[in-house]
Design a protein around this ligand. Structure first.
Ligand code: NI
Length: 167
């Protein structure tokens, strides 16, 4: 396994749209394993392939405190969303140090494939629901800060550029 480099906002590559995974081979299984290792090391609760500059529809999530519930979502689709919405303070490994409130569906049902290509459905609630919606946005080239006001986005971009220069 290997740690992957995480792209930082406002890197343009974070806005690429990921394509579907068609072949479930060792390459995809290695990508999933490396993404999980990278997420745990960061540490974070979710990572989309877009964030490691791989533009394919692959997401890993583990919202457990013990890092023992790795969930792999390949080609995820939201097939149902609750009418109820919740506001949650989100953060992102691609926007380190920034946390802000985003409104999303309270619960969603997701259809996805695992690393063997088997299709499954999962009902996601609470943090898992927030997380899968956040990660699926990444696959569409969207970073959570884009939900914030233009003023906040400008501030965050400037902060990130400063941080990047300091690194
Ligand atoms: Ni993120």
């Amino acid at each position: 396994m290997a740690l992957l480099n995480i792209l930082h906002y406002p890197d343009k590559r974070l806005h690429k749209i990921a394509r579907r995974v068609e072949v479930f081979d060792d390459r995809i299984r290695k990508l999933v394993a490396d993404m999980a290792e990278t997420m745990y090391a960061a540490p974070g609760v979710g990572l989309a392939a877009t964030q490691v500059d791989v533009h394919e529809r692959v997401v890993v999530i583990d919202v457990s405190e013990t890092h023992s519930e790795l969930r792999v979502f390949i080609n995820p689709e939201i097939i149902w969303s609750s009418k109820e919405h919740v506001v949650h303070e989100e953060g992102c490994l691609s926007v380190p140090g920034i946390y802000d409130e985003v409104e999303r569906a309270e619960s969603v049902r997701v259809r996805a494939q695992n690393e063997k290509g088997e299709t499954y459905e999962m009902d996601c609630e609470d943090l898992l629901a927030v997380c899968i919606q956040h990660e699926m946005d990444h696959l569409m080239g969207r970073v959570f800060v884009e939900y914030l006001s233009p003023l906040k986005q400008t501030r965050i971009r400037n902060k990130m550029k400063k941080l990047e220069r300091a690194m």
